[in-house]
Structures are given as C-alpha cells and as structure tokens.
Write a protein that binds this ligand. Sequence first.
Ligand SMILES: Cc1cc2nc3c(=O)[nH]c(=O)nc-3n(C[C@H](O)[C@H](O)[C@H](O)COP(=O)(O)OP(=O)(O)OC[C@H]3O[C@@H](n4cnc5c(N)ncnc54)[C@H](O)[C@@H]3O)c2cc1C
Length: 375
Amino acid sequence: MSQEVAIIGAGIGGLTLALYLQRQGIRPVIYESAATLEPLGAGIMMAYNAMQVFEDLGLAALIEAAGNRVLGIDIADQQEKHITATALDQADLQKGIYNVAIHRAKLQEILAEAVGMEHIQLSRRLTSIREGEKTNLIFEGGHQAHCDVLFGADGIRSVVRQHIAPGSSLRDTGQVCWRGICAHQFPELKTDLGVELWGNGDRFGYVVLNPQQAYWYAVSKSKYAPGPQIPERILSFNPLARQFIAATPAAKIIYSPLADLAPLAHWHSHNICLIGDAAHATTPNMGQGGCQAIEDAYTIGKLLERGHPLQATFPLLQQIRTKKVNKIVQQSRLLGRLSQLENKYAASLRNFALRLTAATVARKQLNFLIDIHYI
Ligand SMILES: Cc1cc2nc3c(=O)[nH]c(=O)nc-3n(C[C@H](O)[C@H](O)[C@H](O)COP(=O)(O)OP(=O)(O)OC[C@H]3O[C@@H](n4cnc5c(N)ncnc54)[C@H](O)[C@@H]3O)c2cc1C
C-alpha cells in the first residue's frame, strides 16, 4: 500500500517539494494555516540557483513573465556612490536563465496552481504531532489528520521543528526590517538591477517587480525602532527612501525583527523531515532563504529520481545540503553586521576595502551561491 505523505506549509519550499513528489507519483496533502493563499505583500528575489530549479520544473518562463529579469545587484553608499556589484556573466546569460524579482503572492499562486489547489487544505494550523502506528496531526480547532511521512515546511517558527528538535533556538540579530510594494513611478530606475544603499547603521534597497510595481526594503537596528513605526533616520536616509515609503500605503508596510536559526543537529527523525526555513532559517541579507528552501526540494526530487526511497532521502538531504546552508547562514549574519556598521570611519574603511577587492570576491561568492550541481 502506498504511503500517505503530508507537508505542513504551502510556502515556497512546501509547494516546490510537492511538485517534485508529484513527479514521482507521490500525492502529498499540503496543510496550510492561512485561510487564503495571499502571502505577504512583499517582493522576493529568486536568484539564479532557484530559477534553475524552476527551469527543471518547467516553470521558469512563467515566473519570469510574471516578474522582472534582474542581471545583478549594485551596492552603493548612502549618497549612491558605487561600492560593489554582483552580476551574472556571459556564461550564465547564455543559458537563458536570470535572477527574477517577483511579487511573493504571484510566485505562490504560480506554484500552487502547478501543484493543484485540490491538494492544499487551507485553515489548517498544525498545533501538535502525536506519533503512533501513524503520525497524527492535530490542528487548531480540533481537526485531525494522519500520515506515514511528514515534511515540515512551516517556516522559521516551525511547529514540526519544535516536535523533532525541541531545544532549537532562534537568534535575534538586533536588526529590524520594513518592506513594501508601491506603484512603479520611478522612470529613472534601472529595471534590470537590484540596488542596495549602505549607510552608517541603516540600509535601503529596491528593485522593480514589473512595469507597474517596485519593491523596497529598509533595515535598521532594533534600538532605533522599538516598534513598527519607521524612524525618521530611515525616511531621511536618501531621497529615494522617502519617495518609496510615501508611495506605499502605511497599512501595507511589513515590519519584521530579523532572526535566524542556530544550526540544528538533525533535520529529520525516522519519518519526519524539515526543509527550508524550518530546517535552516537565515537572515535575508543575501536574499537566499527562499532559494535554499527551493534547493532542498530539488535535492529530494533528484534523490527520488535516482531511486532512493522517500525516507532514505532525509539523512542524504542533510548530508548534501548542510555545508551550503550553514555557510549562507553564517555569511548572511556577517554581511548583516558589515552592512550596518554604525561608526562612519569603520563604514568608509569598509567601503574602501570592498571597492578594492569586491569584483573577484563577489564573483567567487556568486559561483558558490548559484551552483546547484552538487547533487
Ligand atoms: C525581509 C525578508 C526578505 C527576504 N527576501 C528574500 C529574497 O529576496 N529571496 C529569498 O530567496 N528569500 C528571501 N527571504 C527569505 C524567505 O522569505 C524565506 O526563506 C522563505 O519564505 C522560506 O520558505 P519556506 O517555504 O521554508 O517557509 P515560508 O515561506 O515561511 O512558508 C511557510 C508556510 O507554512 C505556513 N505555516 C506556518 N506555520 C504553520 C502551521 N503551524 N501549520 C500550517 N501551516 C503553517 C505559513 O503560513 C507559510 O505559508 C526574505 C526574508 C525576509 C524576512
């Protein structure tokens, strides 16, 4: 008899995993806490590594058409003086795959439609798990379900993780972030570049999502922003910051304290496996958290294609993926600190050093990020 497979979480990771399981004839049921699939009103950058996975799934063209091709990220100082750039090169471009900036809701809609809404149960917030002959899933409101194999793709505050790794802990970074989407009313912006401006203790970034919309984010230290209210130091950071923020309805601006997850000893137990943020949440400084969730799903998909039984993929997933995700978690934390240096002398020394060394370092870094052929 075939195994019953459940996935908790219809986010980027859970949906991509469902597509790879379906390819192998496995029909997972996906349980999602939200009542509708209308995720955060924010943008997301799907970097070249994630876009290669979507190419493998036959979805890259659809995602690209709904978003905006981005060839690289430019980093400049608060006065927009160039510091460094990370860009795809000719060899990457010849493959016809790009980074894509897209509205999160649009990305989730494309993935959910590919999976099939009939496989996704909404308003199912998992509250606890009971293991017996079958694994029992207990949801808010008393609803119950069971499965033989369970994937926890339920994000940074994963309930599934609490079940298999109760000692795991999130690490506060002392940084907070605001994000928003506004009407694209900035004809002077380069549409094929993401831009990030580094100041002394604050950061502001933006990218065009499509001809109608642009996405921006601002990062500061929690000591300057004890709550969701955007402080004056962000509004006056650069004229563009004020314009982007003014063009965004205040109620739609998303405020998030930034945290990551201390590395876990085990991402799995005998019939339960974590993927994405549930297993290895990272800070958003490298724009890789979602991409890494997608790479987890891809890795499981490739292992299944090679004939590994489903549960045998769990330890292999952790073995294959740990080095890359741990490096990203660590480098992203470091980048967060480096990009938010408060002392203006330290910040200008940083900018000077980066201008001198950045091209080769950035390319090396990019090669490591975009490579998915380790599996
Ligand atoms: C400010 C910011 C900017 C970012 N920018 C980028 C970027 O540009 N590129 C990038 O790749 N990543 C980015 N990330 C990271 C990215 O958002 C996450 O890494 C990614 O969403 C993780 O995907 P996931 O599927 O593991 O989890 P999630 O996307 O968090 O999905 C989890 C799903 O599970 C559901 N869920 C949660 N708990 C339960 C429960 N108990 N029961 C049932 N369902 C549940 C949630 O509703 C959600 O739908 C950013 C993060 C932040 C905070």
